[in-house]
Design a protein around this ligand. Structure first.
Ligand SMILES: Nc1nc2c(ncn2[C@@H]2O[C@H](COP(=O)(O)OP(=O)(O)O)[C@@H](O)[C@H]2O)c(=O)[nH]1
Ligand SMILES: [Mg+2]
Length: 468
């Protein structure tokens, strides 16, 4: 080890340097990952539908990383001075503030170049290269202005998006404030508890409240150095001599006292800005990617079900037209095998005709047999099976009524069996052409119990009814 790195000050600098490099690398990596996800998203128009918000959030995150944006949100009850505070930090009246209840109706944001604080803090000298270029300040409605559920959603949304939360109070802390504070804390983002309007308290009270919020209820949620005292829009009292010669007081806006808070924000931004932004982006990317994959799978499943249904109806119609020549399912096997081939193409797992036939046979055997009555028994359609037994001897089609009944019954059972074969095939293919850990039989049994046979029979009969 060199002489200089044993010097404690140099060592600290070296470590800080490593941290900076690490932060830089995390940042780079997050940026690359987001870009890659966006490029490789590869969603069809149909898969995209309903996911617009997530995709937009992903692009937003990517943009945020590209622009090196640090997001700071003001949060708190109505009238605590959220809008005033952001204005004081920025140094101009960007957000509407006022005495009226609920001036801020919805979330608003403004991007603000960090250079603007340059003169005040002589940033050039002190700021390392990791300093972000801009802060986005986000103003929100009061947490007591939106109902419980909406409030939770808002808190959750903001907490997961932003890099720093300013939670603004202006006096003793209320139950609702405490509750929201701990909700926000759970998101794991840096929080500063900003005690505003200190100009309204005599010094002793200020200290008392400060001690109180530090010592009692907030202690579990926040550490003392996460609490800041400010006056965003202080009122200065002035004694005036009125025209009639008497004395009176008037109130005037005084200079904001927010310098210490600015410093804290810069400090957090310097220390954690890049890592935080990278971490947030990665968390969001991970969450969104999982959603996208789920959605893709859902869509895929729906599309596969559409394919299966087409074959179910082809089979049902074929059998309804010609019931007695196809009492065993093998007779209609061409349709099932066709379905298996079509599904395998859909899942991008190519399968030859003989491969498909083999799969068909093993599924059919796993389903307990190949004749209509065997399948009916296996599927729990014994009522229908009974019907078959009654009409089966009347093979001549003597009267039209039994003929129709038998035709419909056989068509329905054949349709359900094709449906079941389709579902089993789908599961097999979606699992990468594998039965997974279990045997084919166990997979088939598991799927068969989940099929609502009677509603499928109803649906087939209904669709047949519209055709015949
Ligand atoms: N005395 C005093 N009044 C303040 C201070 N900050 C904000 N106010 C006043 O509190 C009221 C509500 O402020 P506003 O920023 O609209 O609160 P918000 O609803 O939390 O956004 C306004 O009339 C502000 O002038 C402060 O530091 N001292
Ligand atoms: Mg406001």
């Amino acid at each position: 080890m060199s002489q200089s790195s044993e010097d404690p000050e140099n060592l600290a600098e070296t470590i800080a340097g490593f941290n900076t490099i690490q932060a830089e690398r995390n940042y780079q990596q997050a940026q690359d990952t987001l870009r890659r996800i966006l490029v490789e998203l590869d969603l069809s128009q149909r898969e995209r539908a309903g996911l617009e918000a997530e995709i937009a959030e992903l692009s937003e995150m990517s943009l945020k990383l590209d622009r090196a944006m640090f997001q700071v949100a003001a949060f708190g009850m109505v009238g605590r001075g959220k809008s005033s505070l952001l204005n004081a930090l920025i140094g101009s009246e960007v957000f509407e503030a006022g005495v009226l209840h609920g001036v801020t109706k919805e979330r608003q944001q403004v991007v603000w170049e960090i250079d603007n604080w340059q003169d005040e803090f002589d940033l050039d000298k002190d700021t390392p290269a990791t300093l972000q270029e801009a802060i986005e300040f986000i103003d929100t409605p009061g947490i007591d202005e939106v109902d419980g559920q909406e409030r939770q959603r808002l808190a959750y949304e903001i907490a997961r998006q932003v890099d720093l939360i300013l939670f603004i109070i202006a006096g003793d802390i209320t139950e609702l404030e405490l509750q929201t504070l701990s909700q926000l804390r759970a998101a794991g983002k840096p929080i500063l508890l900003v005690f505003n309007k200190v100009d309204r308290f005599p010094d002793r009270d200020k200290l008392a409240i400060y001690a109180k919020i530090r010592d009692e209820r907030v202690r579990e949620i926040l550490s003392p150095n996460e609490i800041m005292l400010v006056a965003a829009a202080p009122q200065v009292v002035r004694a005036d001599r009125r025209e009639d010669g008497t004395m009176g007081v008037s109130y005037h806006p005084g200079a904001p006292q927010v310098a210490a808070l600015k410093w804290r924000i810069i400090e957090i931004l310097q220390r954690e800005g890049k890592s935080l932004a990278a971490l947030n982006a990665m968390l969001a990317a991970d969450r969104i990617q999982k959603q996208l994959i789920d959605r893709k799978m859902d869509r895929r499943d729906e599309a596969a079900n559409d394919i299966i249904w087409q074959f179910v109806m082809s089979k049902a119609i074929a059998i309804a037209i010609n019931p007695f020549t196809a009492v065993d399912i093998i007779g209609g096997a061409a349709i099932d095998v066709g379905m298996i081939i079509r599904l395998s193409q859909f899942y991008g797992i190519s399968m030859t005709r003989s491969g498909a036939l083999k799969l068909f046979q093993s599924i059919a055997m796993g389903m307990g047999g190949l004749t209509i009555s065997e399948v009916a028994a296996k599927l729990g359609l014994s009522g229908i099976k009974g019907l078959l037994a009654i009409f089966a001897p009347a093979t001549g089609g003597i009267s039209i009524a039994p003929y129709t009944a038998v035709a419909l019954t056989q068509a329905s059972i054949a349709g359900v069996s094709t449906y079941a074969i389709g579902q089993v095939t789908k599961t097999y293919l979606a699992n990468g052409a594998s039965w997974g850990d279990g045997s084919p039989k166990s997979v088939i049994d598991r799927i068969l119990v989940t099929i609502d046979k009677h509603s499928i029979v109803d649906r087939i009969e209904q669709e047949l009814g519209t055709r015949f």
